[in-house]
Design a protein around this ligand. Structure first.
Ligand code: TMP
Length: 239
């Protein structure tokens, strides 16, 4: 049995606690939602429970397919145990279809299929608003080694392939998503969460948005969208 200890860190969407095991953290998912680097704030009812369970399903699937993740086990509807990571301060965004900041930056119509998927890197810094960076910055600042970046990119592409195929089976299009990685006992593991907060999911038939864009853009139906994604995942995984 693992015992929950003192709170180590409170983020915008999660609280992280120590446990009586040095290499294990206890994560509690909150209903709080922010957008535009914290400028827009609100709550999404039952988001914590949805994202905890959604993330657990994705991490379980990825582990089965050979991606090492921090996920250990669910502790309650909104809590999970994870391996303690030393977070690498680089957010990795993978994109299959132009949306959000890419559509804006390059003047593309949202929904434009990219000829090839792309990866982007952002420096994880609330004060700076997560500025976009490239691998030269990561190398120069010492945020990750060349070897770590090679592993991170390989994992990100694999995660994209695995999730695109899996989500297609539940009639969801994976438009884009954000991943975070960290070090644990000398290895790089996939961390953070994978949920409608950190991915764009569109219904395959109607292209209806089933993710945090409904909150960011005041579209309504936010709670139902999160529940719908989880319902579809549960319908095929039996988890
Ligand atoms: P973007 O189009 O706003 O750059 O977002 C790309 C993807 O990254 C999208 O699936 C949402 C996710 N994301 C986060 O998880 N956290 C963030 O802070 C931002 C800006 C985006």
């Amino acid at each position: 049995m693992v015992v929950k200890g003192e709170m180590l860190y409170e983020g915008k969407a999660k609280k992280v606690y120590r446990t009586d095991r040095q290499d294990v953290y206890w994560v509690e998912y909150k209903d709080d939602a922010t957008a535009f680097n914290g400028l827009k704030r609100g709550t999404i009812a039952d988001k914590g429970e949805c994202n905890n369970q959604t993330s657990a399903i994705f991490f379980g699937l990825l582990e089965e397919k050979g991606i090492p993740t921090h996920f250990l086990e669910l502790m309650s509807d909104r809590e999970m145990l994870v391996r303690a990571l030393e977070i690498i301060p680089v957010e990795v965004v993978a994109r299959n279809i132009a949306a959000g900041s890419l559509a804006k930056r390059l003047g593309l119509e949202e929904g434009t299929e990219l000829a090839k998927p792309v990866l982007e890197f952002y420096y994880k810094s609330d004060e700076l608003g997560d500025p976009m960076i490239n691998e030269y910055h990561i190398d120069a600042m010492g945020w990750a080694t060349g070897q770590e970046m090679a592993e991170i990119k390989e994992m990100a592409w694999k995660v994209n392939n695995i999730l695109v195929e899996f989500l297609r089976s539940v009639d969801l299009i994976l438009v884009d998503f954000k991943l975070e990685f960290g070090r644990h006992q000398g290895r790089v593991l996939l961390g953070d969460e994978i949920s409608p907060d950190t991915c764009r999911f569109w219904d395959a038939h109607t292209r209806e948005k089933l993710d945090k864009d409904r909150f960011r853009r005041d579209m309504g139906g936010v709670e139902d969208a999160y529940q719908e994604v989880l319902r579809r995942l549960k319908s095929v995984t039996g988890r």
